[in-house]
Ligand binder design. Structure first.
Ligand SMILES: [Zn+2]
Ligand SMILES: [Zn+2]
Length: 437
């Protein structure tokens, strides 16, 4: 028998070497689908696992095609790749017990980030040979560990299936940017789920600890603003030009100057600006990527409205125009006590220390909230839990790394929680039930 955590670590390292950003997870998803089918799970992938039209922020066709080809050339599983073509990189696996019973689901997000990984010899993946082989992409949030733990969980459950009930593993693409969950909800992948667990490694908790629920995840909106101006010779006819880049530059300051809301956690941020082609041409086009966040959906909507006015005002100042496209959106959700309690009891059984997350953890977002809300509106219960991991570098930085020693205990925790939820069925008593979606 392989030691606890060995499969999770091997998968984690392989995926860490081959990080794929949102909707390009062709290699990752094909390998997961192939392995779970091999383990006896019913597997669906591609259009059956997500609603194509409901995806937000899908990369351009040529980006998707290049990533697809790379996956084929780099060990992706040819039996599953075709189903994923075009950025349909969701995978759903189901294991049914002999007798009927509740359905318990685990969400694992699978995407990497557009970050260039550190090559410093003190960075463990660089030192030990599992640093990213894809320049400009990196598993800098720990989703490689999420997939690794879910695959090991699938092995264990496949080898000793629960006597009753159904287990579902939801491998979700494009969590970063809040783009993938919204596409899996309309595909119905959690519609019959009684208990949903969404787990994240790290997020400020020490190795050996678990938070049974993390409330206060922020709602957010990701926008792409494209400024349109008019090009002109920068010296001979600057007065005939309309600088899209100047408009964008003014907009950066205006977006960051949107007022905070007392009593709420709020954020605005511009993360990228690109524009212009040469020093002697008034730039006629500039593109900006930005986001808003708040701990309340309505406050976030108000901040988004103010940000949009700021973009339009800056454009008008320079006689330019702006088009704004929503490329990601994440809502808020609250954990159900019944689901959190399953995690607390599983932590006690596996020797992990249960901690209550501090307010600082609430400043992130995760689109698992869309799946949680879907489960909750159909009468099930859900929680977003955190499995602690000491981190040498923060999430979303080039020196991020997981403490791999937490992977085995993490799988133990998830296995206990899933098996307990199958027998305990902590379905919310006052829920509207499945008849009222
Ligand atoms: Zn992240
Ligand atoms: Zn993450």
């Amino acid at each position: 028998m392989t030691p606890s955590g060995a499969t999770a670590r091997a998968w984690r390292r392989d995926l860490h070497r081959h990080p794929e950003v949102g909707f390009t997870e062709f290699r990752t998803a094909s390998l997961v689908a192939a392995r779970l089918a091999e383990l006896g799970w019913e597997v669906t992938a591609g259009h059956a696992a997500l609603d194509s039209a409901a995806r937000l922020g899908v990369p351009d066709d040529d980006v998707l095609a290049r990533a697809y080809d790379r996956a084929g050339a780099d060990g992706g599983d040819a039996r599953w790749l075709e189903a994923l073509r075009g950025g349909h990189t969701g995978v759903v696996a189901t294991l049914r017990g002999a007798a009927p019973g509740p359905t318990v689901a685990l969400r694992a997000d699978i995407d990497a980030l557009p970050i260039h990984e550190s090559n410093d010899p003190t960075h463990v993946p660089a030192r030990d040979g599992h640093r990213s082989r894809y320049d400009g992409a990196m598993h800098a949030c720990g989703h490689d560990g999420h997939v690794g733990m879910a695959v090991e969980l699938a092995e264990r459950l496949g080898a000793a299936p629960p006597p009753a009930g159904t287990v579902r593993l939801v491998f979700q693409p494009a969590e970063e940017g809040g783009r993938g969950a919204a596409a899996m909800v309309p595909a119905g992948v959690v519609d019959d789920v009684d208990v949903l667990l969404a787990a994240h490694l790290g997020i400020g908790l020490a190795s050996g600890t678990v938070a049974a629920s993390v409330d206060g995840l922020l709602a957010n909106t990701k926008l792409r603003a494209t400024f349109h101006g008019r090009s002109a010779h920068a010296a001979m006819a600057p007065h005939e030009g309309r600088s899209a880049l100047l408009a964008a530059a003014a907009a950066v300051l205006a977006v960051h100057a949107v007022a905070p809301f007392p009593g709420h956690e709020t954020r605005t941020a511009v993360g990228a600006v690109h524009g212009g082609t040469s020093s002697n041409i008034v730039p006629d086009r500039a593109e900006m990527l930005l986001e808003t966040r708040a701990d309340d959906g309505e406050v976030n909507a108000e901040i988004e409205a103010r940000v949009r006015r700021a973009l339009e005002g800056a454009a008008a100042t320079y006689d330019a125009t702006v088009t704004v496209e929503r490329i990601g959106a994440v809502t808020t959700a609250r954990a159900d006590e019944a689901a959190a309690d399953v995690v607390r009891r599983a932590a006690a059984a596996t020797g992990l220390e249960v901690v209550v997350p501090t307010a600082e953890l609430g400043v992130a977002s995760d689109d698992a909230t869309a799946l949680m809300r879907r489960v909750q509106t159909r009468g099930g219960v859900a929680t977003y839990l955190a499995i602690g991991s000491d981190l040498p570098g923060a999430h979303h930085t080039s020196t991020f790394d997981l403490d791999e020693a937490v992977l085995g205990p993490g799988v133990d925790l998830l296995e206990h929680a899933v098996r307990a939820a199958l027998t305990g069925s902590p379905r919310r008593p006052a829920g509207p039930g499945r008849a009222a979606p």
